[in-house]
Design a protein around this ligand. Structure first.
Ligand code: HEM
Length: 506
């Protein structure tokens, strides 16, 4: 018998010992991981395995389940062998603060839009991230003489026009409109316009151009699951493998089509002949002027589209649902809009900022329904940290429980689960500022704060005014108003409404 055969025979005879040894080492390893954080309580299965977290993500209701975890286990709880979740305002502020020793976790890797290529949201190296943010901050905030308003106004008007053309119900004729879909048509048109200067035109055509929304929605659940398992995530980032899984510019529809458009629009800017013709400052040009390479500019313009459409659409839908199901808020807001002297056909951002009740409605909408439902986890520094009086060793993922954070009773009062814009009225300046600071954390905070916040606020300031000054609204089935799913961002579909033309009483 040859040597190799005899080794195989020995291994075969010892197979049960080997299997037992491997299993014992697996248990010992898990026990070690379990022990490290055994002093932090959480759901039983989460102490030993990521299966609990994967189950939560799979059910697409993570924000509700994390809120239940907070109610049961307190502000700091364990949701995975190496993952804790917090809704402590000071802890979240501290993790995200400039010069904090916390870094972004592997979770952010899932936001690479092409294998191996980072964007500002997926970057985990803090030096590189800070540099990229600095290169893009002026473009995003409009501080380089970029005026977002006229571009956004065009799409607000397209939205109004679409409703007037196709969706005004007059009894007995009912023309049901899916507000979930139209809100996203609006935000995608705004953001593709800002990102590439070539709006998709979803509102004008009343259709999902390039099947972008359908295909990204279909792909998102798988990406969210993969993003939550760092080892799988790292595997698909290997270019050879990722190339077969990620969309590419050659695709005719969906994200791939978007990549193609972004590449083309960015290439035009890098073409020395065409470069001279860019007269109007815009975000893309600002990125380029701050030395982003062609590949980086494509990557960032895609992130702009991905980060800027679902989020704002989610807030528009949720706030509209809150308004339509709260008669007092609906009437008070419409009365405030009617009584104010506002520009026409689209309210100006600075005018909307002065509408006290509108601001209360938007802040309350963001509070009730923060759109980001993902972990946003940061990693404790190597020396560990003490959180809420509990020592947490280094290298542990600390996720943010945004839904619970927005329901902090010590900040907002005992009725946190209720949409009540009045909580923002007749309070001291200090109280208002305190509540507003926490709601602003829906946009993240510190060195990771959302770069698109200015743009989102302009959209929000305009859209509710124009939807309520031009139309009256009713939810078609208030007992089952929409279907919602947490896909990292909380998305909705089938939000059917009945829209009628407004008859304003003088
Ligand atoms: C209401 C709407 C929005 C909300 C609630 C929101 C929320 C957030 C949150 C929570 C983060 C991550 C913070 C973290 O990593 O800890 C973020 C990052 C980001 N958002 Fe938004 N966002 C919104 C709209 C937008 C829009 C409209 C754009 C683009 C125009 C945008 C672009 C970005 C970018 C580029 C980042 C990455 C910033 C960085 O990593 O430094 N967002 N956003």
């Amino acid at each position: 018998m040859s040597t190799s055969f005899s080794i195989i025979a020995i291994l075969y005879q010892a197979r049960w010992y080997i299997a037992s040894a491997l299993f014992a080492s697996y248990l010992a390893q898990n026990f070690r991981v379990y022990r490290r954080l055994s002093h932090v309580k959480g759901p039983w299965l989460a102490q030993f395995s990521d299966a609990w977290l994967l189950g939560v993500i799979y059910r697409q209701r993570a924000h509700h389940e994390f809120y239940s975890v907070k109610k049961k286990f307190g502000n700091l709880a364990r949701i995975g062998p190496n993952t804790l979740i917090t809704c402590d305002i000071d802890q979240v502020t501290r993790m995200n603060a400039p010069r904090s020793p916390y870094v972004r976790s592997d979770w952010y890797l899932g936001f690479r839009l092409a294998p191996g290529i980072d964007n500002v949201f997926s970057m985990r190296d803090e030096k590189a991230h800070a540099k990229r943010r600095a290169q893009m901050n002026l473009g995003y905030t409009g501080k380089e003489n970029i005026n977002f308003e006229p571009q956004i106004d065009i799409h607000v008007l397209n939205f109004i026009d679409l409703i007037q053309r196709k969706y005004i119900s007059t009894y007995p004729e009912m023309k049901v409109m899916d507000l979930a879909q139209k809100a996203q048509y609006f935000t995608i048109d705004v953001i593709t316009d800002l990102a590439t200067g070539a709006p998709f035109g979803d509102l004008a055509t009343d259709s999902d151009q390039h099947d972008y929304l359908r295909t990204t929605m279909e792909a998102q659940p798988a990406f969210v699951m993969i993003g939550s398992v760092p080892s799988v995530n790292k595997f698909i980032q290997i270019p050879f493998i990722g190339k077969r899984l990620f969309p590419t510019a050659e695709d005719e529809i969906g994200m791939g089509k978007m990549i193609g458009i972004a590449q083309e629009k960015v290439a035009e800017r890098f073409d020395p002949m065409r470069r001279l013709k860019i007269e109007k400052p815009d975000i893309l040009q600002s990125f380029i002027n701050h030395n982003l390479t062609q590949e980086e500019t494509v990557s960032e313009s895609l992130l702009l589209i991905l980060g800027g459409s679902d989020t704002t659409a989610s807030v528009i839908r949720a706030t509209m649902l809150c308004i339509l199901t709260s008669p007092q808020a609906y009437c008070t807001l419409q009365a405030e809009i009617d009584a104010a002297t506002l520009s026409s056909p689209v309210v100006r951002d600075e005018e909307a900022r002065k509408l006290v009740y509108l601001q209360a409605v938007i802040l309350e909408g963001l509070r009730m329904h923060p759109p980001t439902g993902g972990l946003l986890s940061k990693v404790t520094p190597p020396e560990g940290d003490t959180i809420n009086g509990v020592f947490v060793p280094g290298g542990v993922n600390i996720a943010t429980n945004t839904w619970a954070l927005m329901r902090s009773e010590n900040v907002f009062g005992p009725d946190v689960d209720c949409f009540r814009p009045e909580r923002w009225l007749n309070v001291s300046e200090a109280k208002y500022a305190d509540m507003a600071r926490v709601v602003d954390m829906t946009f993240g905070s510190g060195r990771f704060k959302c770069l698109g916040r200015t743009i989102a606020w302009i959209e929000l300031n305009k859209i509710f005014v124009e939807l309520l000054r031009n139309f009256d609204w009713a939810v078609v089935d208030p007992t089952n108003p929409w279907k919602s799913a947490n896909l990292g961002i909380i998305v909705h579909r089938e939000f059917y409404v009945r829209v009628t033309k407004r008859v304003v009483q003088e």
